[in-house]
Design a protein around this ligand. Structure first.
Ligand code: SAH
Length: 389
């Protein structure tokens, strides 16, 4: 018979409301079994569905199905992965060869990430429950996608909380150190083994196109990383300054500019706060600015400080805008929601003394699905702003 777990009525209500996580404090009877699939029972003994069990984690159970006793066998994983990949059909096409195939809970595949970079896959198993099914998942991906290699970027810190080792290792074939990504007419090198995230920031693909669509004159890409925004801006703007605190990132941005034959991008290795302050003092003006900082709020306690940081960079960027200039600004802090982000921008505009027009608010692209009942699937928001004076 299938291993079972008992949960509290509070836990059961959470699942009834569409959230798959059951915290340790809501587990009334832990499964007497290693990590893997279990059937979950409410206090009355009714079976609520099938979940992945993570013995060491604060998030003890992650539901994957409303059907109890679902066998999470090779066929089940293959079907769920195939459905996720099919949702991306319109994303991968002539415009790009890289996208996120699986966005964890957003695709009903808790704590699993699968990114495609051309002919290779990069995966992350971010819980013990999903790690227990690694063999079935890798086999299913090999069958569905036939990649030339699959790399596990299992170096994420959340793995420690699951009692899992942090390692980067090939799971099938070989994955090169660099993969050339095509993205709406631009090419850049992703670094699956050592780059941030799984090698590149795929989640800003559409935002780069949006920013490029309004780019002109003198442009600035702050928190540039490998220059992904800068490359797009450079096709329309006269000049682009790409700013990042990491020398390696700036070097990579220069390499990417050369790859595209672009000669109008200048890399600057600098702290963004210092750079923006200095430019303001100098009285420089830009027609186009992009702000794409790292997550300033890593946890709930950091929200107030993060909002101060976001406000500072945004108000300085607003002051640097030439009349009619455009600013695309983003936040990838899960803990700073869209309403708070927009309120912060309002405060920044007030302090900047500019009449700033909200042209559009952006969210996550189709390959990073944000599920309404699972707030944790959403983290990225952005706004396209215009200097109205
Ligand atoms: N815009 C990029 C992703 C940016 S990730 C893209 O679309 O691909 C955030 C970047 O901010 C990282 O490259 C990191 O090195 C840089 N960064 C972090 N803190 C910084 C700071 N204080 N000043 C400048 N850059 C910083």
């Amino acid at each position: 018979m299938r291993t079972t777990a008992g949960i509290s009525s509070r836990g059961a209500r959470r699942w009834a409301h569409g959230h798959p996580w059951i915290f340790r404090s809501d587990v009334t009877r832990a499964p007497d079994a290693p990590a893997g699939a279990v059937t979950v029972l409410d206090p009355q003994g009714r079976a609520l569905g099938t979940a992945l069990w993570s013995p060491a984690s604060e998030i003890s159970l992650r539901f994957v199905s409303r059907t109890p006793d679902t066998a999470l066998d090779a066929g089940w994983w293959r079907a769920r992965l195939a459905a996720a990949i099919a949702r991306r059909d319109g994303v991968l096409g002539p415009d790009t060869n890289a996208c996120r195939y699986v966005h964890g809970e957003g695709d009903g595949l808790p704590s699993l990430v699968v990114d495609r970079f051309d002919r290779w896959l990069v995966v992350q198993f971010l819980s013990a429950g999903v790690e227990a099914h690694r063999g079935e998942i890798v086999d299913a991906l090999a069958g569905l996608v036939a990649p030339e290699g699959i790399l596990a970027r299992n170096d994420a810190s959340v793995r420690t909380r699951e009692g899992l080792a942090r390692v980067v290792e090939p799971l099938a074939g070989t994955v090169p150190a660099e993969v050339e990504v095509r993205e709406h007419g631009i090419r850049y090198l992703a670094a699956p083994h050592e780059g941030q995230k799984t090698g590149a920031f795929l989640d800003q693909r559409e935002a780069r196109v949006l920013a490029a669509g309004v780019a002109r004159g003198r442009a600035l890409d702050v928190f540039s990383y490998h220059g992904s925004f800068a490359l797009h801006l450079a096709r329309r703007a006269d000049t682009v300054t790409a700013v990042d605190v990491s020398a390696a990132a700036i070097a990579r941005a220069a390499q990417n500019a050369a790859l595209n034959g672009l000669t109008n991008i200048t890399g600057v290795e600098a702290d963004a706060f210092d750079f923006l302050r200095a430019e303001e003092a100098r009285g420089t003006r830009y027609e186009t600015i992009v702000l794409d900082p790292p997550a300033f709020a890593k946890n709930r306690g950091a929200i107030a400080g993060a909002l101060r940081g976001y406000k500072e960079i945004n108000l300085r960027a607003m002051r640097l805008l030439a009349p009619g200039g455009m600013l695309y600004t983003a936040s990838c802090s899960y803990h700073v929601g869209t309403p708070d982000f927009l309120a912060m921008l309002g405060e920044a505009a007030a302090d900047a003394g500019r009449r700033i027009i909200l042209r559009s608010v952006t969210g996550q692209p189709v390959d990073h699905p944000e599920v309404l009942t699972i707030p944790e699937t959403g983290y990225l928001k952005g706004a396209l702003l215009e200097a109205g004076d």
